[in-house]
Write a protein that binds this ligand. Sequence first.
Ligand code: F3S
Length: 106
Amino acid sequence: TFVVGEDCIKCKHTDCVEVCPVDCFYEGPNFLVIHPDECIDCALCEPECPVDAIFSEDELPEDQQVFLELNAELAEVWPNITEMKPAPADAEEWAGKPNKLALLER
Ligand code: F3S
């Protein structure tokens, strides 16, 4: 499965949802997640993310392992998103910033 990691927080560009053939993205206030049981491992979303926030499960960095659980958990409670929408106005400022997990809104 593919996993949305920390770099998505407060960036949320949503380019990823446009290419997903199975519509397995779910949207929170400032982050998106992939439903691990719905993802078909097509890999189409990974190169679409402008901030490289999406990883194959196998390539998820050590320090982002918590996002495996977070994607699974939040995909069950957040609404499905299937169309791109404008990113937050300050998305560029947050690109690549460290330690954004504490800013994740539920
Ligand atoms: Fe997030 Fe990148 Fe998608 S910032 S919403 S994973 S395009």
